[in-house]
Design a protein around this ligand. Structure first.
Ligand code: NAP
Length: 251
């Protein structure tokens, strides 16, 4: 059965100050949702607030380091008090700390796994109470193509992104009966700060591996996420939507 659509839905987008998260926040705002977009700095949060204001959207930016469980709890409680319970959660914030395993420091492993996976456990749990009560919710986790394929130099990152896929499918099974869907979007190589440090040669080789012959834009991912949030996707749960220009075709 169809659920009420925007503007009654409150969306939390983590890591909305830049890149893919920023495009997701603006796409959801354009579609009429109330959007809370987080960044780790005051400047990042303020930029999100002004972007939402300029778009005539409901919502605001918020400062949040998702590796801080207490801050996550206080931000989510504050948002719920101000706008109503969060019904759409986009777990987007993520980091890379690339290195070959033989050279990887424990701190690089820990930072990546804590930010990309452990924090998703904390933030999702905090949002679930409201969704369960409303018997409605949408959770989208940003995985990655490398979570499915692996990538030399990214054992930490690929493990975190593969972990998110297992998390997505298991949680989807646990809460489907409550009217909450849980899906993952697995981007390929998207033109953001995260990929801007690639050497020219590496970029060229990557392009050769992408049948659609271009890096993805953050908006390509935002549109896929917005679809999974929409009522059009109400019968889709526990799935991984690969958005990668054809560079990897899952079975
Ligand atoms: P990005 O441009 O590097 O932006 C990362 C975002 O995450 C920023 O808003 C950043 O906030 C936030 N963030 C980082 N650490 C955080 C923390 N501890 N707490 C809260 N927020 C934090 O990354 P992106 O390329 O847009 O990637 C977004 C997501 O898509 C990530 O999960 C990434 O793994 C995934 N992904 C990206 C690609 C790609 O090719 N770009 C491919 C596959 C998957 P600040 O601005 O405050 O630092």
């Amino acid at each position: 059965m169809s659920q009420s659509n925007p503007p009654s839905q409150v969306c939390l987008v983590t890591g909305a100050s830049r890149g893919i998260g920023n495009a997701i926040a603006l796409e959801l705002a354009r579609r009429g949702y109330t959007v809370i977009g987080t960044g780790t700095s005051t400047a990042g949060a303020e930029r999100v607030t002004s972007q939402l204001k300029a778009a005539g959207a409901q919502g605001r930016g918020a400062v949040l380091d998702i590796t801080d469980p207490e801050q996550s709890e206080s931000v989510i409680t504050e948002v719920a008090g101000e706008f109503g319970p969060i019904s759409v959660l986009i777990n987007n914030a993520g980091v890379t700390e690339d290195n070959l395993l033989m050279r990887m420091k424990p701190s690089q492993w820990e930072k990546t796994l804590t930010t990309n996976l452990a924090s998703v456990f904390v933030v999702t749990k905090l949002c679930l109470k409201g969704m369960t009560k409303a018997r409605y919710g949408r959770i989208i986790n940003l995985s990655s193509v490398v979570g499915a394929t692996g990538n030399a130099g990214q054992t930490n990152y690929a493990a975190s992104k593969a972990g998110l896929i297992g998390f997505t499918k298991s949680l989807a099974l646990e809460i489907a009966s409550r009217g909450i869907t849980v899906n993952a979007v697995a981007p390929g190589f998207i033109d953001t700060d995260m990929t801007s440090e690639l050497a020219e040669g590496q970029r060229g080789r990557l392009l050769e591996a992408i049948p659609l012959a271009r890096l993805g834009q953050p908006e390509d991912i935002a549109k896929a996420v917005a679809f999974l949030v929409s009522d059009d996707a109400s019968y889709i749960t526990g799935q991984v939507l690969h958005v990668n220009g054809g560079m990897y075709m899952s079975s």
